[in-house]
Design a protein around this ligand. Structure first.
Ligand SMILES: C[S@@+](CC[C@H](N)C(=O)[O-])C[C@H]1O[C@@H](n2cnc3c(N)ncnc32)[C@H](O)[C@@H]1O
Length: 258
């Protein structure tokens, strides 16, 4: 975040991919991207990651260690993959509760349709809301997850503080996110795939090159996993640890609310 003075008025500038925009403008830009891609979002995830995002998400659920009766908040939950995997692990939606909170109404709608298609009608709630101002009370959830969401959030420290606020003491926090620089062994190939191919795939499948250009740029702007782990600790989490996945393309961070 950078402070800038324009016409005697102080504005805070943040990154939006490789552009700088005002902090007030960013949420609407992000929401617009996800509203636009919502109907092709799941298909694009499978194509772009050749299905690997499913493995990463399963590892996230391993790290979460769900139990029956758990009340899970999935921030930036999009079309609901994490909540659906959570229910699979605990033996069905009658055995727990999942709240999906996402800024994009269209992603939430796509997620609602997906859960209905899977026959999940109870135990799940969908909220259009901002992770920086979670519409839940203090100490009200047992676990909080966020998959590929945090890098899109304007004030990441504020969202982490909010996650800590709504979690019960001892509650688990697990975050899955891309890392800005993978292992040097795959860096060149990854760079080519990200910048040359992903926007083309975005254009061909979702008819939206720009949104996928933003996706790859936003990954490069996200902090290194070590720095992000420090941000999580500072927000009020203990036992913070992280592990790289798939040669450092993504990282899984976790901690518990102190
Ligand atoms: C890349 S998608 C991830 C969706 C889902 N978690 C998954 O892993 O498939 C990022 C999601 O973050 C949501 N998002 C971005 N900023 C947000 C915010 N401030 N609060 C809540 N959701 C946000 C977007 O609307 C989008 O659905």
């Amino acid at each position: 975040m950078n402070k800038k003075i324009n016409n005697n008025k102080e504005t805070i500038e943040v990154d939006f991919g490789y552009q700088n925009v005002s902090a007030e403008a960013k949420p609407a830009l992000v929401k617009d991207i996800f509203d636009k891609v919502s109907n092709k979002y799941d298909l694009m995830n499978d194509i772009m990651s050749i299905g690997v995002h499913r493995i990463w998400k399963n590892r996230m659920i391993d790290q979460l260690r769900p139990y029956q009766g758990m009340r899970l908040l999935d921030l930036a939950g999009g079309t609901g993959d994490i909540a659906l995997l959570f229910f699979e692990r605990i033996g069905g939606s009658q055995n727990g509760q999942a709240i999906i909170c996402d800024l994009s109404e269209q992603m939430i709608k796509a997620g609602q349709n997906k859960s209905i298609d899977k026959g999940i009608l109870h135990g799940i709630s969908h909220i259009v809301g901002d992770a920086e101002h979670i519409p839940l009370s203090n100490n009200s959830v047992d676990a909080c997850t966020i998959a590929f969401g945090i890098r899109n959030i304007t004030d990441k420290n504020q969202a982490l503080a909010e996650a800590a606020r709504v979690l019960k003491p001892g509650g688990r926090f697990v975050c899955l996110e891309f890392s800005p620089s993978p292992s040097p062994l795959i860096e060149k190939l990854y760079e080519f795939y990200s910048f040359a191919l992903i926007p083309i795939i975005g254009e061909a499948i979702a008819r939206d090159r720009e949104s996928y250009q933003y996706l790859v740029e936003s990954i490069r702007r996200f902090p290194q996993p070590e720095s992000f782990a420090e941000m999580i600790s500072k927000a009020g989490f203990g036992g913070v640890k992280w592990k790289p996945m798939s040669g450092g393309i993504a990282a899984l961070h976790s901690g518990w609310r102190t």
